[in-house]
Design a protein around this ligand. Structure first.
Ligand code: SF4
Length: 231
């Protein structure tokens, strides 16, 4: 598939937070086979975009932003779902932009193909890899994600591993097992992200996990860097 086959569901002209330290535009790729209950981009899950952005428009926009933007962030949805992402990322690199990818890692073979053209990866580790189906709703999603994380670590590029904490889906035991797994894979830093669904916190009577300093210290001790990112 060629770059102009890429179904782009939306575009953000400027972000300062989605690729740390860079000024970037964001392309939101259409489609994701997973169904995380806390997904905040449900309009991007189906294969068909409500308001698709033609590839010619993407190219024209990026051409005009050359010299102002450093980079393009490829997000979604799940960008690895579409085979056209390979040519699309190559085309963006040819224009002179750095490229960052946000992914859950559902397609490790495609990620491996893409890796030579990536400068940074934001990797969403959903939970312990043997518990993924409880978050994504898809059997074997954890095996795919684990293979993809191995590709990211082996590539030697900068990356971030982050986990959204929805306590109705991810237990403390899941997080401890994920922490052990990440550390055993030589992941140096890990970020926990507060779930935006505030009603979740209201349903839980006990102390919220992200407010439990003793538990967070148990997780943090396995890493050189450990961050809690509030919504
Ligand atoms: S993997 Fe990402 S885009 Fe897909 S359902 Fe989960 S949160 Fe949404």
């Amino acid at each position: 598939m060629a770059a102009d086959d890429l179904v782009v569901g939306g575009m953000a002209p400027l972000t300062t937070v989605d690729y740390p330290g860079r000024l970037a535009a964001v392309l939101f790729c259409q489609g994701c086979p997973w169904r995380c209950p806390y997904c905040h981009n449900p309009h991007l899950l189906g294969r068909q975009a409500e308001h698709p952005v033609p590839w010619d428009d993407v190219r024209a926009f990026l051409g005009k932003r050359w010299g102002f933007l450093d980079a393009v962030v490829i997000s979604g949805g799940e960008p690895l779902l579409q085979s056209a992402i390979i040519d699309a990322v190559a085309a963006i690199k040819d224009m002179g932009f750095a490229v960052a990818l946000h992914t859950g890692g559902g397609h490790p073979d495609r990620l491996r193909q893409l890796m030579p053209n990536l400068d940074w990866v934001g990797f969403d580790a959903k939970t312990a890899f043997d518990a993924y189906a409880g978050v994504t709703g898809i059997a074997a999603s954890g095996e795919a994600a684990a293979l993809s994380l191995a590709e990211v670590v082996a590539a030697g590029i900068d990356y971030e591993v982050r986990t959204t904490v929805d306590e109705t889906l991810v237990s403390r035991d899941d997080l401890l097992r994920l922490a052990d797994d990440l550390a055993s894979r030589q992941v140096q830093t890990w970020t926990l992200q507060e779930c935006r669904e505030t009603e979740i916190a209201n349903r839980l009577p006990e102390i919220a996990l992200l407010d439990d300093g003793a538990f967070l210290e148990r997780l943090a001790g396995r890493f050189d860097g450990f961050t809690v990112r509030r919504a």
